[in-house]
Design a protein around this ligand. Structure first.
Ligand code: MSP
Length: 473
């Protein structure tokens, strides 16, 4: 039997600065799902990458006195280092300057053109380089971009257009036929209402700068950065051996880029006849001490800062413990430290330390626990906070067992054995979230991180109390 497959993606980020908590958030979420499906024995493709073309990169490179390519070549390693520090176990890192990607984009452009869905016109309107997005007059706030609050460029140039308007009804049908296509649900109605107001055709080429992929049928034009970027998800699967992963099972994104992913992207695919991804899931935004994260106000938590507070696992844990994935959340160092101390150190750390400290050896019956099934359902519905809640409720039960049975006095072997099997369940279920800690616990008790192995008896190994897992802060 062929293995089931799971393909999950994160947005590809603009490498115009070092990665921060917003980038880390989606990337850890992707890692949790990828690790989870790997645990279940699926063939997994977890793809991350960088979005390297466009005006924003070209302008920032110029400001730094570098060519765009040299500029991004220097920043891309910063993303790879950050993902390494966060224990992101991705399977592929795509850069939109990769030759394979550029070829796929040109092939698709040609196909859409041949189909008659691209025509030459003139674009006249507003463009925010920070967003890399077009705006209409009524979108602006005091003549400025509603998101960046910066003065907005007025463009007038010859441009090729994609017949997006043609797909208005097909898109609405798609959301109806496939109610899970856009999640969470509350985000869906916003998109539907906006589409019902009417869709304009999309300007997909520029001539006033040249940092981008050339249109194959008009090489004085370069491709609009979003048309190029969205195709990354597909071009990754045009590499040898990866074809079977398309369509993607889920694109994880932030709520600000939902429109691009739920309108432009499916319409582009409909035009070419390529199968659509199964789901787009948008998460909320982090604020920092209740303020918008912004560089100018010195409120950016970059990945190194995030990890330095209480270590990598506590950072990963906090991001998914406190806030439902899909809602906005407020980041504070204090809240992270509280979770680290009260839950990871006092509950998980304590349990492991007490049980491993109490045991010398044990060899009795196994029992199975059904929290595996509960947690499995929650993870697969992206309800990460609830999954962690259920795991920690179980940790509480295990800690109570030690208390009630006064195990430090009687060291009852059967109870201790049951506790270790309980710890094994906890450890395996926590692995997608806090892999470093889980691997330490597994090593201490001599079991494997595997859902399959949960059914097998524990090995009879010598257990030592070992180091403290989480030092309180
Ligand atoms: N390059 C595009 C994505 C193309 S995908 C085909 C892009 N890049 S980005 O570098 O600006 O990254 C944006 C991502 O980071 C979005 O998913 C956005 O939601 C996320 N975040 C940026 N700041 C954030 C917070 N403060 N909180 C949570 N996520 C936020 O857009």
């Amino acid at each position: 039997m062929t293995k089931k497959k799971f393909y999950v993606t994160t947005p590809i980020y603009y490498p115009n600065d070092i990665p921060h908590i917003g980038h880390a958030y989606t990337t850890v979420a992707g890692d949790i799902l990828a690790r989870w499906y790997k645990l279940k024995g699926y063939d997994v493709l977890f793809s991350v990458g960088t979005d390297e073309h466009g005006k924003k990169i070209a302008d920032t490179a110029k400001k730094n006195g570098k060519s765009p390519k040299k500029f991004v070549d220097e920043l891309v390693p910063k993303f790879k280092e950050a993902w390494k520090k966060l224990n992101i176990d991705y399977d592929g890192f795509i850069r939109t300057t990769d030759e394979n990607h550029k070829k796929v984009v040109q092939d698709i452009l040609q196909k859409v053109y041949d189909k008659g869905d691209i025509y030459l016109g003139e674009y006249e309107g507003y463009y925010c380089t920070g967003c890399e997005a077009y705006f209409t007059e009524k979108d602006l706030v005091g003549g400025c971009c509603p998101i960046h609050k910066t003065k907005i460029e007025k463009l007038k140039e010859k441009s090729y257009f994609f017949r997006l308007s043609k797909y208005q009804k097909k898109l609405l049908d798609l959301y109806k036929k496939n109610p899970d296509f856009i999640s969470p649900k509350n985000k869906k109605s916003e998109i539907i209402n906006r589409i019902k107001e009417g869709l304009n055709d999309l300007s997909i080429s520029r001539t006033s700068f040249d940092w981008g992929i050339k249109l194959p049928f008009a090489d004085e034009h370069i491709c609009y950065v979003w048309f190029d970027a969205l195709l990354n998800y597909y071009s990754v699967t045009r590499e040898k051996g990866k074809e079977k992963f398309w369509p993607a099972d889920v694109h994880l994104i932030g709520k600000d880029i939902l429109w691009f992913h739920t309108v432009y992207w499916p319409a582009m695919l409909m035009s070419t006849g390529i199968e659509l991804p199964k789901r787009i899931f948008a998460h909320g935004w982090w604020t920092f001490d209740k303020e918008k994260i912004s560089k100018s106000r010195g409120k950016v938590v970059n990945v190194d800062e995030l990890i330095s507070i209480a270590g990598v696992d506590s950072a990963r844990y906090f991001l998914f413990r406190a806030t439902p994935f899909g809602d906005d959340g407020d980041f504070s160092e204090k809240a992270l430290i509280e979770r680290h101390n009260n839950e990871l150190a006092d509950k998980l750390g304590n349990l492991v330390s007490r049980v491993s400290g109490l045991i010398e050896e044990a060899n009795i019956n196994i029992y199975t626990l059904n929290i595996v099934e509960d947690v499995s359902k929650l993870i697969e519905r992206f309800e990460f906070d609830k999954a962690l809640n259920s795991i920690f409720a179980f940790i509480d039960t295990l800690n109570q067992l030690i208390q009630e049975k006064k195990l430090w006095e009687n060291k009852n072997k059967k109870d201790l054995y049951e506790l270790v099997t309980g710890i094994r369940v906890v450890t395996v279920l926590l692995w997608p979230f806090i892999p470093e800690t889980s691997e330490k616990i597994a090593e201490r008790f001599g079991f494997k991180i595997s859902l399959e192995e949960l059914k097998k008896p524990l090995k009879n190994i010598k257990i030592k109390k070992g180091e403290i897992l989480f030092r309180k802060i």
